[in-house]
Write a protein that binds this ligand. Structure first.
Ligand code: HEM
Ligand code: NAG
Ligand code: NAG
Ligand code: NAG
Ligand code: NAG
Ligand code: NAG
Ligand code: NAG
Ligand code: NAG
Length: 360
């Protein structure tokens, strides 16, 4: 409580635009990643210690149905303000996300949208519990819902930022997805064929309607990856296939279905790359963005595969100013850069450093 009060008043100072508030005031501990969880098999989720409690009005929820569900069951802090260790432990426990993949996702979340000194990020938008870095180096941390670095266009159940609500579940979009389950499967089992069509249709829709469409390599990879997440994390391991009632529970209610067992083996980054590639294969879409004349310009890195994706994410979508720091802050920046690299090193990518703009 005291800790929270201190943060709130410190943030209030910042919002009054005091230029200099000092690192010493903020504390901040060196980040160390927790070790992998021992059990990586299929278990009943939630256990008795993790009941569903709907979020309160001040609890942060955002564009990720996986993280929202975890927070609604206390696999992440229920207020939606989470540390890298919270994400790493929670993702392994609730969904059996591979350890290195959990570390990399948590690291990118912190670097792009959190406060890396305090090791906190909001699942939704900005919060007084996640104040700016000393010197206001990157503005007020936006949270995972802030458009641009992590949240992006061509989502499956959220609108493009320029077109509407990019954060909350959109029932009409989801109902449209269900028509694909009817037309490309049996109306009940959600198959890869469904996402092969739906994901392409989502791109076509954005391409036609969004004059600000931004779909660079990182977001392009994540966009297809998130369809792979849906197919590989949401099924009840007791059923094998993903069914519509189970998918409804995650997307509509953000709760684990009754009697749900998590997958039996960790799902790795290599697994999601394979899944994303299969989903895109029938209708390839180049990574890129519209320029101010409204022309969709393909990224030079569009064809450069996983290392191009990595360069876009870890270089352009993380502010360069983070490297111009000292002490615990710089130490944490370097730890998290290493955390992201964990999943790209096995693909032979050279490490990249942040080069992105601040305050965006
Ligand atoms: C472990 C760390 C994770 C982080 C930091 C994270 C973060 C995010 C963010 C920021 C988005 C928004 C992207 C966008 O559509 O613009 C997103 C989307 C999504 N996430 Fe997560 N996520 C994580 C884990 C998971 C897990 C474990 C699952 C599934 C169990 C999951 C399922 C999804 C899905 C399906 C979407 C797409 C929603 C849509 O397109 O409408 N995520 N995630
Ligand atoms: C869309 O792009 C235009 C021109 O670059 C810009 O002025 C406008 O703010 C953008 N709108 C949104 C919602 O991003
Ligand atoms: C599904 O099939 C119906 C009937 O043929 C058609 O009207 C509708 O446009 C199709 N929807 C999709 C998403 O393919
Ligand atoms: C999963 O769905 C596929 C395709 O609809 C079907 O062939 C298979 O038998 C199903 N498996 C289970 C365990 O229901
Ligand atoms: C979602 O929650 C509502 C209200 O509690 C409930 O009636 C419905 O059965 C739930 N649906 C799913 C798919 O969990
Ligand atoms: C947008 O891209 C097209 C095609 O490359 C080019 O002809 C046009 O000049 C570009 N517009 C701007 C404002 O850069
Ligand atoms: C980092 O510091 C160097 C040396 O002072 C400076 O040249 C550079 O512009 C700074 N980078 C950023 C992103 O501010
Ligand atoms: C995880 O990453 C480390 C390097 O950080 C590597 O040695 C290890 O083999 C990776 N594990 C898996 C399962 O990919």
């Amino acid at each position: 409580m005291l800790f929270q009060t201190v943060l709130i008043s410190a943030w209030a100072l910042q919002s009054l635009a005091y230029p200099a508030y000092e690192a010493a005031f903020w504390g901040g501990e060196p980040i160390t990643f927790p070790p992998p969880l021992a059990n990586a098999g299929s278990i009943l989720i939630p256990d008795a210690a993790h009941p569903y409690i709907p979020p309160g009005p001040l609890d942060q929820r955002g564009p990720c149905p996986g993280l929202n569900t975890m927070a609604n069951h206390g696999y992440l802090p229920r207020n939606g303000i989470v540390s890298s260790a919270d994400i790493i432990n929670g993702a392994q426990e609730a969904f059996n996300v591979d350890y290195n993949f959990s570390v990399a996702l948590a690291s990118f979340a912190l670097l792009s949208r959190g406060n890396v000194l305090l090791d906190l990020v909001s699942l939704g938008l900005e919060s007084p519990l996640v104040p700016p870095l000393p010197g206001n180096l990157d503005g007020i941390p936006g949270g995972l819902g802030k458009h641009g670095r992590f949240e992006g266009d061509v989502s499956m159940t959220r609108q493009d930022y320029a077109l509407g609500d990019n954060i909350h579940f959109q029932p009409d979009m989801y109902d449209n997805l269900l028509t694909y389950v009817a037309n490309y499967s049996d109306g009940n089992i959600v198959t890869e064929a469904v996402f092969e069509q739906y994901r392409y249709a989502r791109f076509e829709d954005s391409y036609l309607r969004n004059p600000n469409l931004t779909f660079h390599s990182g977001r392009h990879g994540f966009g297809y990856g998130e369809a792979g997440f849906t197919l590989n994390f949401f099924p009840n391991a007791k059923e094998g296939n993903l069914t519509v009632p189970v998918m409804n529970s995650f997307f509509r209610n953000e709760t684990f279905p009754e009697g749900w067992y998590r997958r039996a083996t960790p799902f790795t980054f290599a697994g999601v790359i394979t899944a994303a590639g299969q989903i895109e294969a029938p209708h390839p879409v180049p990574a890129g963005a519209k320029n101010s004349s409204g022309v969709y310009v393909t990224d030079p890195t569009s064809a450069s595969g996983i290392c191009g994706l990595y360069a876009n994410l870890a270089s352009q979508n993380v502010p360069a100013i983070l490297l111009n720091t000292t002490g615990t802050l710089l130490q944490n920046v370097n730890t998290l850069i290493g955390g992201v690299y964990k999943i790209f090193e096995p693909f032979g990518c050279a490490m990249v450093l942040p080069t992105g703009p601040a305050g965006v």
